[in-house]
Design a protein around this ligand. Structure first.
Ligand SMILES: CC(C)(COP(=O)(O)OP(=O)(O)OC[C@H]1O[C@@H](n2cnc3c(N)ncnc32)[C@H](O)[C@@H]1OP(=O)(O)O)[C@@H](O)C(=O)NCCC(=O)NCCS
Length: 211
């Protein structure tokens, strides 16, 4: 790897945002103490997702979380460009620089609102650590990193959905189940509904174009 292939890599967001996170603000207990800038080993690096991470196993690591599907380089780069242009996606990764491999990831999504004086809520998504690196505080590290980032970016709160068995993990990082407000509900759409929705969306766009 290396050489010309990664010369023109883009970062999803400004890496400097990770330099000033104050890990003392997190209720998480790190033993030994680590942070996004000092992750405990010289070969570990915490940084924003980059375009070249397609070749560093980013999608493979997400497949340890859920089904990723057969995503081509073009699809990856198009989605990356959309996220980057929106400015609301903070996909953050841990790299093992010895092998130039992605070994952990978590995403902060900014949800823009009108309520609370046009406030912004953070959503924690797609948390995963490669199974051969688990149990070494890296899950805590990546979640605390994006949680502190959410605060730094002005979010009034950060929310997540998780499996019951992970409640202790997130509680140890400061997340709480709020009484009367700790339910996740979903409606899942099949492929027919999805294509119907796409048609409605595209006809709305063409109506807007013609108006
Ligand atoms: C959840 C996950 C990210 C944790 O990563 P990790 O690097 O092993 O976590 P850490 O080493 O930082 O563990 C932090 C703490 O959480 C606890 N913990 C970690 N995984 C846990 C689990 N699956 N269930 C319960 N507790 C867990 C650890 O014991 C540790 O406790 P301690 O601080 O008291 O020692 C990892 O197991 C993973 O990628 N799982 C598969 C994907 C997934 O389920 N993601 C979450 C979606 S919501």
């Amino acid at each position: 790897m290396g050489g010309a292939m990664f010369e023109e890599e883009l970062s999803l967001y400004d890496p400097a945002l990770l330099l000033s996170l104050d890990f003392c603000r997190s209720p998480a207990n790190f033993n030994p103490r680590i942070s996004a800038t000092v992750p405990g080993e010289t070969w570990l690096k915490v940084r924003p997702l980059q375009t070249g991470d397609f070749h560093r196993g980013f999608l493979q690591i997400l497949s340890q979380l859920t089904a990723v599907g057969d995503v081509s380089l073009t699809q990856f780069l198009n989605r990356f460009a959309q996220m980057r242009a929106s400015g609301d996606y903070y996909v953050t990764v841990i790299v093992d620089t010895r092998y130039e491999t992605i070994i952990g990831s978590a995403t902060l999504v900014l949800e823009r609102k009108f309520i609370h004086g046009c406030a912004t809520r953070g959503r924690l998504e797609d948390v995963v650590v490669d199974d051969t690196y688990r149990g070494k505080q890296l899950g805590k590290l990546i979640v605390v990193t994006v949680s502190l980032l959410a605060e730094q970016l002005g979010c009034y709160k950060m929310s997540l959905d998780c499996k019951d068995k992970l409640i202790p993990f997130y509680k140890s990082i400061g997340y709480t189940l709020e009484p009367g407000n700790a339910n996740t509900m979903n409606i899942r759409y099949g492929s027919t509904t999805r294509s119907l929705n796409r048609n409605i969306a595209s006809s709305k766009t063409s109506n807007m174009d013609s108006s």
